[in-house]
Design a protein around this ligand. Structure first.
Ligand code: SAM
Length: 267
């Protein structure tokens, strides 16, 4: 179904209000195609009807689905593996340091990044007090992260020693999938939060992964997100960005120690 300029603007405004993401006008067709099944499912004859639904008090559930459809969730285990290797080596020399160790996968999508961090931390700090928090704007993605049921084919990205130690093959109705074991799951918590208006997420993290999400925001919002993040990072803590992302301007208090990896330092 074609989308008019007005309808695109209406839906784009809802998206912006809830996520901070504003699509370029050239993305109108992509929006229409991502929403076509939702219009059908809700018997909406036009995008305007769909817009009226998601802004109505009864449309809260559909609003969550709208946000999920409009955001990109691509992720995989040990994405940009060199960063996980760095994480391991960096903390290996610090295994005797005080615990707890707190990590945050900000924009965790369906959980692969958070569980990858968790495998490295368990390897380093087995039996000790460490935790990984995963947050994302998409309630659907967060539910999937909590469920931790992944297609077997995606396990190939997990280093063999971690696959053996932490992954459990699904049987019966879960054939063709795997999950992570209790040693990992019990240290991981997921919930919905908006990077631009953080309400629930804690402070004092030692490790923050903020990867492949800044690219969706304009410069002002990127700065607001970085401010929120840095505020929650301990001095000496590490911030990991995606490989296509960088801090556009040098930031006081953050020292670049590897490409796309920053350390928070005292001013
Ligand atoms: C491409 S995924 C990145 C996943 C993971 N960090 C990685 O690098 O593999 C981007 C995620 O950012 C989330 N996102 C978009 N806007 C957000 C916001 N304002 N607050 C929190 N998460 C957001 C999306 O829902 C999506 O799951």
């Amino acid at each position: 179904m074609a989308i008019s300029q007005l309808e695109f603007n209406q839906l784009n405004r809802v998206l912006d209000e809830h996520t901070g993401i504003r699509l370029n006008a050239s993305k109108a067709d992509i929006m229409a195609s991502r929403l076509s099944s939702r219009l059908r499912a809700n018997a909406c004859a036009t995008h305007n009807q769909y817009y009226q639904l998601i802004i109505s008090p009864d449309g809260k559930k559909e609003l969550d689905i709208f946000i999920d459809k409009m955001t990109t969730h691509e992720t995989y285990f040990f994405r940009e593996q060199v960063q996980f290797e760095f994480l391991y080596e960096y903390f290996r020399g610090k295994q005797s340091r005080r615990v707890p160790i707190k990590a945050w996968s900000a924009a965790s999508s369906t959980g692969e990044e958070a569980y990858s961090i968790a495998m490295v931390l368990d390897d380093l700090f087995y039996g000790r007090n460490w935790s990984v928090t995963g947050t994302d704007i998409s309630p659907t993605a967060v539910e999937m992260a909590k469920e931790a049921c992944f297609a077997m084919s995606t396990s190939q990205k997990i280093p063999k020693k971690y696959r053996r130690a932490y992954c459990l093959k699904g049987i019966d109705q879960n054939e063709g999938t795997f999950t992570v074991n209790k040693a990992i799951k019990s240290h991981c918590t997921f919930y919905v939060d908006n990077l631009l208006r953080l309400k629930k997420v804690d402070y004092s993290f030692d490790i923050i992964f903020l990867r492949n999400v800044l690219i969706y925001f304009d410069e002002i919002k990127q700065k607001a997100i970085i401010d929120n993040i840095v505020h929650r990072l301990n001095h000496g803590g590490l911030l990991f960005l995606g490989h296509s992302e960088s801090l556009r301007k040098k930031r006081q208090g953050l020292e670049l120690i590897q490409p796309c990896i920053y350390k928070k330092v005292r001013l």
